[in-house]
Every structure is written in structure tokens, then in C-alpha cells.
Design a protein around this ligand. Structure first.
Ligand code: PHE
Ligand code: ZN
Length: 877
């Protein structure tokens, strides 16, 4: 099978666009068979382009049917333009002209869910990153910004609601057909264009901005989901207020709309004035949504809203700069969530994700810098590195500058670049100019991939009352780069007295941020009266792996006394990690396992510690995940990690049984459900206690779980029971409960997705059989990304023991799915590939099986760019 090798595109080849589009007028005639798109563009030469008489290059997907193309009213003959793959080139055009272009598309057959497509009978769009070229011919690049006017024409009965960006300025009807014209006064790149047409209902509210303007807020959904929109609306209003208070950013249009759609490749999209959301990220109701779901809605609504400034008003010059908007906006939404809920808990959650999934990405074949230097398919770069590590990079700037100087920097950035398409370097420059700090070396965080490693050691000189901290940094090679230069790493440090108090450090505070810039550096702390226990990398001040030769006693000391809440949690995690790593070795050596007394003491102490809030107790008492232990392992021994986790969990369950009972009882409540931080913490601790109780495998605790299931007035408690029972040894009870759950919730799509996930992630033998049966279940839809993620994604990502089954059946299953999805929805196919690309981390037998499946996919026929890139890069290492 030969196929043309897709091109790799390089940042170093960037060139300014030859033509600019001043205005873009679009008319959509939406139909069931075909949709006609009429585009009228005012085009002119870009004065910044040096080329003399360049041709006009437009992007356009090969599937576009071109009906008409004219320049200044004159129809072009076939010889006057050239279609070549993804491009249309008109060699000879005036310096400024009007381009008229008519294309025909079939949204109803668009399964890739990029461009204009249909979701549950409604029309909607997804144009980021390069979806607009599936709608019409256009310079589909973010540095071409244009003022859009959009007219949507459709059948009135089937599509009563017609939406696009900006303000509705005119509407009319004729027979069965009606139309609405929208104008967006803010110039924007094509990737922020949006259109929605459907039978939608909405809720409405309003927000008065800091300058006193009233903004209309509307959230649209299918009628059946109208009762699940209030939380999203409340979150939106909180976000708008927060962005005014913390960043001084005011909303700029008179209306802000959000639409919930069921078929969506990602979480949500920040289209100007018309955000489009995956239902899973905006619908919320106590009866159907778990606590984590409420928190996700709050965070994603905020994230998309914040993009209005960090992304839309100031956008990206090219897609290599993706983290300019995503890293910064994740930082903004993360701080928002920290302010709305518990800061420490949010930090623990963010860092857990980073350390498991992003660190694994950094160590894998697709490793790339926060600002990638090249790509084949940009959709493959909406990654944890660009988003989460990108957020950490912005956070480090915040840490280095302090909140006040950072705000000056962000003000300067927005002010200087409003209406422009810029680079991550422009962002850093604004931070430098506003603060006077030199961030030259710091910029390496944008260009060097890989997770830096810090080895720390300390020594105390009693006579001089001086503590010296030696830090050494290195960064492993990544496929793109062998040698790395030292990073500028902010290391936040505190020193604890033997009584567990903070020493006052040289800066007059209890925490000092060290500028660690050399390969090796020694930092001295004076006036330290007794040998301290250092608290390092407080609040996880940099995305690195830091080690220090702590004794177990010191870790337990930090767990109890560190004034940095994050580090208290991390001390507990690292204690458990160290112990479990020892047990994994014992397991591999065939030794009998025994949980060291220290872990049990540590758990007992935390269970009796009133100074900790419930959320932290529940985080501390949660064992390191299989994914985290796998990331830390040199070679991943799936069964050993699983067996040890189970063994430790069961030991803690049995040894502390009565304490778990107390915790469970103490946290029952008959208050009405509320998704506030305290209530979430209480439920999380209660359900953690229930998990330990069920791990004892005693029938009485199965009864606890079943009682909780029946009594629950909210999905959090009900689903916790369901998951615990379904993943327990009580298999009959599990089957019965799963059936009851489905019967009760079969009409709630998002709840059914959870039901699929619970089964797909069940660790018992035979999960694959169940998953294969569920593929045929009426609840499944192989075209809906949420369903695919809930079933196939959960099995391959959250069921390590079954996915990595010795017989290779899990790998073969995933490969079959990818071969099927490669044609249908390349973005989803490529994302699902993830678990197979990490083959290098496993023992030789598994490596071979995994590679064989990758080769089979490669040989299966024509590959999408998405799958091609991930496949070839992961086979090349
Ligand atoms: N820009 C979106 C966000 O992070 C993500 C997204 C990318 C959505 C590509 C759809 C397609 O807010
Ligand atoms: Zn985003």
C-alpha cells in the first residue's frame, strides 16, 4: 500500500500571509441533501509581505465541491485556478479585489466532526484548528483576521433557532424557510467562526459588566436537557465577574451564547460570542451529574469564557503558538477554580494529572516542547504538554514575578496586542517589559521538551548555623532533541524547625523562591538554629521531578507539620510510593508482602488529625494511582503494580476497619445536595471510607453500599456505590446493580456513558468480553465520541490489567477500533492510539505484541494524517 507521505510543517518556515481578508460575508443555505455556502471576501495584498505579485493561496478540503469562483464579478475558468490537494491557487489576482465563491458540502455525512456537521439532527460547526477549510475556500490560518457577517438560511420548522457569532441584525422568512443575519464586529481568524441551527431551547440571564453594560446570556440545549443548564449559567456569571476582578477584563459584545451538543470531539470551543460545548462539559443536575462533573462544568465554562481575551481578542500567529492561548487560559481557569473552591485541593488535582499523564507524554515518542517546532497534523498537538505544562510555565512566570507584576504584565500584553495574532515570545516579552525581569533563559521552557529532573541534597553546619541546599538539574533526551540546556527553575523552599514550625528565611518570609539556573547550584540559608527538614518545591513551583534523600520519618514529619498544604499531601504520596515500590520488588521476587507499620501509622494519624480539612484527608488517604506508579517505573509491570495496590488497600482496609466505619458514619448527611467545596469534600471522604470498607469483602459493607445506592438523592453517591460494587468481588450483586442502574437511567445519555465506563474499567477477568458485547448494545453509538471514550477509551486507559492482558487481546481490540475510526473520525482515532504508543515502557514480550498491532494498523490501508503521524513517530523510537 503506497500513499503520499504527509508533509511535516516547521515553525522556522513561517511566513506572513500574502493576502489579508478585510471582510467575510457568508451565506449558508442549509439542506438535508446538500448545503450551499456562498462566500464573499474583500481581499487585499498584505503590505508586510515582501513577495512581488504573489498568487492567492486558499485552503480547501478535497471534498469541497466548487460551484463558482469569481474575482471582481468575473467568473474564473478552470484554467485560471488550480486545485492541488488541500489548496486552491489563483495565480493572477489584482492587489485588491472581491472574491466570490460557492461551495457545496454534505454536513449530514461529515463523521469527522470538523467543519459543518450534524449532531443529533442539529447543524453545528467546529473550526479549530483547521476545520473552516471544510466549509469554504479560505486562508485558514489564525494570522488572517477578518470581520464576519453570516446569513443562515434553513427550514423554519426543523431549525427554528439559527445562530452565529456576534449580534443578530436582521431576520426574515419566506414560505417554509427563514433566515437570520449575524454580524461580528471583532476581526477574528476563521477558526473562531461558528454556526448552529436546530430545534433548541434556551435559558436566559444577564450580566452587568464593570462599566455598567448589560450583556444578555443564553445557554441552548435540546428540550430534554433544559433543566440541566442552571449550573453552567451560574458558572458563567462567576467567570465574568472573576475576569473583571482578577484581570480587569470586560466582556465586549451585547450577547454571549453557549450551545450544548452531543457529538463533539473535544470538551468545548471558544468561538467568538457563541461557545459550543460537549454536553458532558455544560450539562449538570444533581440527579444525573457527579461532583467531579459539576467541577468540570464550572472549569470548562470559565475556560471558554476566558478565551474571549486570552485567545480571541489576542490570538495565535500560527498553530505552533497554541499554548499562547491554551497554557495561559488553563492557568486562568485553574486559578479561578482555586478561588471558587479549595486552592490546595485544586493544586493536588492539577499536579496529579500533570505528573501521571503529562510526564508520561514527555517521556514518550510524541514528546514535544510547549511550543512545538514541527507537526504533521496540528490536531495531534492539543496535548497535556501544550495545555497543562503550558499552564505550569505561565504559573512559573507568576511565581517569579509575584501577583502584582504578573498583572502588570498581563495588562501590557492585552493592551499591546489587542486585535493581533501573536507568539508565546510576545507574551513573555510583555511580562519582561512590565516587570523588568530578564526571562531569556526562562524561554527554554517553551522550546525544550522533556521533564527536568532535580536531585537535591542538604547539609547542616551547626557551628555556622547554616543550612546548604545543593540542587542539580538535568533533562532526559527526547526524540526531537538529545542535549538540553539548563532551565530557569523557580524552586519554592521552606525550612522546618524540629518542632515543625517554619524558619523565617533570608527574604523575611517562611517560603523563598530560589532562582535555580545552573546545572548545579548551592543555596545557603543562615541563622538556622537546628538541623531543619526542608520543604521543597512548595505548591509544586515547577513541573519537574525532584528527589531528596528523606527518611520515612521525615516524610511523616512533613505530612503532619508542613505549612504548605500541597507538600503535606505530597509527603504522604511519596511515602506511599516509596513503600509500594519496595513491595512491587518483593512481589516480583516472589516474597510475601507486608505493609510497613509506618504507612499504617501515617494513615491512622491523618484519620485522627482535626487540623486537616476533609478534602485533604481524602486526598491523602487515596493511594498513588496505577498510572502514577507506572509513570515512575522503569519497566511497567502491570500485574505487580495492580497486585500491590490491591494488597496495600486491603491491608489498610482491614487494619483500620473501625476507623473507616467511623468516618463513613460521621460523613453521612441528610442535607440536600449541593456541589459546594465542603459538601464535595464530605462526600469524597465518605465514599473513600466506603471503598476501604468494601475492600474487606465483608457482606455487611456490601449492604452499606446497596443502602447508599437506594437512598441516594444525587448521582455522586449513587454512582460511587455502583462503581464500588461493580468493581468488587460481589459479582452477582454487581450484575444486578448494573442492570438496575441502566433501567433507571437509559434515557440520560451522559449517565449511560458513566454506566459504560464503570463496566469498561472493571478490573475483573473478562472485561473485554463485556466491552465487546456493549459495542452491540443499543446504548452504544460508534459515531459518538463521548460513547467511544466511555467504552473503548475507558477500557484501554483505565483498565490496565485487562487492556494489557497477556494474550494480547486488548491490544488487538484497540487496533481494530483504530482501523475503523481512522476513516470515520481521525481525531478520535489518533487520540485512542495513546496507550499503544507507550510500548517502550513494557517488558519485551508486551513490546512485541504492541508493536505488532501498530504495524497492523499501519498496513491496514490509507491512513489519516492524524493516525499516520502518531503511528510513525511511535514506531520510530
Ligand atoms: N480550543 C478548545 C479549548 O481548549 C479546544 C478545542 C480544540 C476544541 C480543537 C475543539 C477542537 O478551549
Ligand atoms: Zn482552550
Amino acid at each position: 500500500m503506497t500513499q503520499p507521505q504527509p508533509n511535516e510543517i516547521y515553525l522556522k518556515d513561517y511566513q506572513v500571509p500574502a493576502y489579508l481578508i478585510e471582510t467575510t460575508a457568508l451565506r449558508f443555505e442549509l439542506g438535508e441533501e446538500v448545503t450551499r455556502v456562498i462566500a464573499d471576501l474583500k481581499v487585499s495584498r498584505n503590505p508586510e509581505c515582501q513577495q512581488s505579485k504573489p498568487g492567492l493561496q486558499l485552503d480547501g478540503h478535497p471534498d469541497l465541491v466548487l460551484e463558482e469562483l469569481s474575482v471582481d464579478g468575473r467568473c474564473l475558468s478552470a484554467e485560471e485556478y488550480q486545485r492541488d490537494g488541500e489548496q486552491l491557487i489563483i495565480a493572477d489576482v489584482p492587489a485588491s479585489f472581491e472574491l466570490h465563491c460557492v461551495t457545496v458540502i454534505e454536513p449530514q455525512n461529515n463523521t469527522a466532526l470538523e467543519g459543518l456537521y450534524k449532531s443529533d439532527g442539529m447543524f453545528c460547526t467546529q473550526c479549530e484548528a483547521e476545520g473552516f477549510r471544510r466549509i469554504t475556500f479560505y486562508p485558514d490560518r489564525p494570522d488572517v483576521m477578518s470581520v464576519f457577517e453570516t446569513t443562515v438560511v434553513a427550514d423554519k420548522a426543523a431549525y427554528p433557532v439559527l445562530l452565529s457569532n456576534g449580534n443578530a441584525v436582521e431576520r426574515g422568512e419566506e414560505g417554509d424557510v427563514h433566515w437570520v443575519r449575524w454580524q461580528d464586529p471583532f476581526p477574528k481568524p476563521a477558526y473562531l467562526f461558528a454556526l448552529v441551527a436546530g430545534d433548541l431551547k434556551y435559558i436566559e440571564d444577564s450580566f452587568t459588566t464593570m462599566s455598567g453594560r448589560e450583556v444578555k446570556l443564553q445557554i441552548f440545549a435540546e428540550a430534554k436537557d433544559l433543566d440541566k443548564l442552571d449550573y453552567g449559567m451560574a458558572s458563567l456569571k462567576k467567570s465574568m465577574r472573576w475576569d473583571e476582578e482578577v484581570y480587569g477584563r470586560e466582556y465586549d459584545l451585547d450577547i454571549f451564547m453557549v450551545v450544548a451538543v452531543d457529538f463533539f470531539n473535544m470538551g468545548a470551543m471558544e468561538n467568538k460570542g457563541l461557545n459550543i460545548f460537549n454536553t458532558s462539559c455544560v450539562l449538570a443536575h444533581p440527579a444525573t451529574t457527579v461532583d467531579a462533573g459539576f467541577q468540570r462544568v464550572e472549569a470548562v465554562v470559565a475556560h471558554e469564557y476566558f478565551h474571549n481575551w486570552s485567545g480571541n481578542r489576542v490570538t495565535c500567529r500560527d498553530w505552533f503558538q497554541l499554548s499562547l492561548k491554551e497554557g495561559f487560559t488553563v492557568f486562568r481557569d485553574s486559578e479561578f477554580s482555586a478561588d471558587m473552591n479549595s486552592r490546595t485541593v485544586k493544586r493536588v488535582e492539577d499536579v496529579s494529572l500533570l505528573r501521571t499523564a503529562q510526564f508520561a507524554e514527555d517521556a514518550g515518542p510524541m514528546a514535544h516542547p510547549v511550543r512545538p517546532a514541527s507537526f504533521i497534523e496540528i490536531s495531534n498537538f492539543y496535548t497535556l504538554t501544550v495545555y497543562e505544562k503550558g499552564c505550569e510555565v505561565v504559573r512559573m512566570i507568576h511565581t517569579l514575578l509575584g501577583a502584582e507584576e504578573f498583572r502588570k504584565g498581563s495588562d501590557l500584553y492585552f493592551d499591546r496586542h489587542d486585535g493581533q495574532a501573536v507568539t508565546t515570545d510576545d507574551f513573555v516579552k510583555a511580562m519582561e517589559d512590565a516587570s523588568g525581569r530578564d526571562l531569556t533563559q526562562f524561554r527554554r521552557w517553551y522550546s525544550q521538551a522533556g521533564t527536568p529532573v532535580i536531585e537535591a541534597s542538604g547539609s547542616y553546619d551547626a557551628a555556622a548555623k547554616r543550612f546548604s541546599l545543593t540542587l542539580r538539574q538535568s533533562c532526559p533526551a527526547t526524540p526531537d532533541m538529545a542535549e538540553k540546556q539548563p532551565f530557569h527553575i523557580p524552586v519554592a523552599v521552606g525550612l522546618l524547625t524540629p518542632q515543625g514550625q517554619d524558619y523565617l528565611l533570608g527574604n523575611g518570609a517562611t517560603t523563598q523562591v530560589l532562582d535555580f539556573t545552573e546545572a548545579e547550584q548551592v543555596f545557603h540559608f543562615d541563622n538556622i538554629d537546628a538541623a531543619p527538614v526542608p520543604s521543597l518545591l512548595r505548591s509544586f513551583s515547577a513541573p519537574v521531578k525532584l528527589s531528596y534523600p528523606y527518611s520515612r520519618e521525615e516524610r511523616m514529619f512533613l505530612m503532619q507539620h508542613d505549612s504548605d498544604g500541597f507538600n503535606r499531601w505530597d509527603a504522604s504520596q511519596q511515602l506511599a510510593v516509596e513503600i509500594m515500590q519496595g513491595l512491587i520488588e518483593d512481589h516480583q521476587a516472589g516474597k510475601e508482602l507486608q505493609v510497613p507499620e509506618q504507612l499504617i501509622t501515617a494513615y491512622r494519624t491523618v484519620l485522627g488529625d482535626d487540623s486537616l480539612d476533609k478534602a485533604m484527608v481524602s486526598k491523602i488517604l487515596t493511594l498513588p494511582s496505577q498510572a502514577y506508579l507506572s509513570e515512575l517505573a522503569e519497566v511497567i509491570d502491570v500485574e505487580a503494580i495492580h497486585a500491590v495496590r490491591k494488597f496495600v488497600r486491603n491491608s489498610l482496609a482491614n487494619t483500620l476497619e473501625s476507623l473507616w466505619q467511623d468516618v463513613y458514619q460521621a460523613n453521612l448527611s441528610d442535607e440536600a445536595y449541593s456541589p459546594d467545596a465542603d459538601s464535595i469534600a464530605r462526600r469524597s471522604l465518605k465514599n473513600l471510607a466506603l471503598a476501604y470498607l468494601l475492600a474487606t469483602a465483608k457482606d455487611e459493607y456490601l449492604q452499606f453500599a446497596l443502602r447508599q445506592y437506594d437512598a441516594a438523592d444525587n448521582m455522586t453517591d449513587q454512582q460511587a456505590s455502583l462503581t464500588l460494587v461493580a468493581h468488587s468481588e460481589f459479582t452477582d450483586a454487581a450484575d444486578e446493580l448494573l442492570d438496575r442502574f441502566y433501567a433507571a437511567w437509559k434515557d440520560e445519555a451522559l449517565v449511560v456513558n458513566q454506566w459504560l465506563s464503570v463496566q469498561a474499567s472493571a478490573p475483573a477477568e473478562g472485561a473485554l468480553k463485556r466491552v465487546e458485547a456493549l459495542l452491540e448494545h443499543p446504548a452504544y453509538d460508534a459515531k459518538n465520541p463521548n460513547k467511544i471514550r466511555s467504552l473503548v477509551g475507558a477500557f484501554c486507559g483505565q483498565n490496565p490489567v485487562n487492556f494489557h492482558h497477556q494474550d494480547g487481546s486488548g491490544y488487538a481490540f484497540l487496533a481494530d477500533q483504530i482501523i475503523m475510526l481512522n476513516k470515520q473520525n481521525p481525531q478520535i482515532a489518533s487520540r485512542l492510539l495513546g496507550p499503544l504508543t507507550r510500548w517502550k515502557k513494557y517488558a519485551p514480550a508486551r513490546q512485541q505484541q504492541m508493536r505488532a498491532e501498530l504495524e497492523r494498523i499501519k498496513a491496514s490501508g490509507e491512513l489519516s494524517k492524524d493516525v499516520f503521524e502518531v503511528l510513525t513517530k511511535s514506531l520510530a523510537v
